[in-house]
Design a protein around this ligand. Sequence first.
Ligand SMILES: [Fe+2]
Length: 252
Amino acid sequence: MDLKQALNLGGWSHRLTKKDSDSESDSDSSSDSSSDSSSDSEAIDVNQEVGELKLPKLPFKSKDLQDILSSDTLDEHMKLHKQYVDHTREMVVGTKLEKMELDDVVKLTARKPESKLFLNAAQAWNHAFYWRSISPPNQDTAPKGDLGNIVNQTFGSIDACREKLIKSASEVFGSGWVWLVQKDGKLSIMTTQGAGTPVQTKGVIPLLCIDLWEHAYYLDYKSDRMSYMDSAVKQLLNWGFADDNWEAKEDW
Ligand SMILES: [Fe+2]
């Protein structure tokens, strides 16, 4: 299964290790909001369509991030993600879009970026990507292989890359996202406003992202978004996921 399929699953076979499965099966992010995600971790439908879209399971226990993000933050965040997923599914059922994959719905509706379907579908996709972009603190702290080399060539060092991510995030006004992306074999950082996503832009391959919406951090950091960014960039980013995305070289 390729990365594109993995992101549409509601589960994550891509890089879904045994450790991931163990974490998911007893995730304590088990409020009502995550009822769709709390079932058997083996129940991954590789052909899930947007009409059957489900909330992805967290690939870690919500308490595993507690040094940076509390379980309350993650549980509330998952409730919002579930709303995006539910609203997307409700709007496509019975339409010609029902059998499409999530990223295709995002691309199709991006022509009307204020439409409810685009906003919900893009946010469903962005959040699914975000949960894989972070991991328990200090696990996958740096890129390896080709991506490690290209980070050094592009930014000078991994620390410089981190600082650029933080600075770019600081320049986002209001809600949005910061992304590490590949385009034409080159590495760069981009930001998006609101529900904006790299999926909208042909040829741009997202490698990692961080959610800059207030709901992502407010319970723990109040209005201090930059402290959240500093901690998330330096301790939570899942560079193993970025390595895989870099190697996949797949457009969406
Ligand atoms: Fe969010």
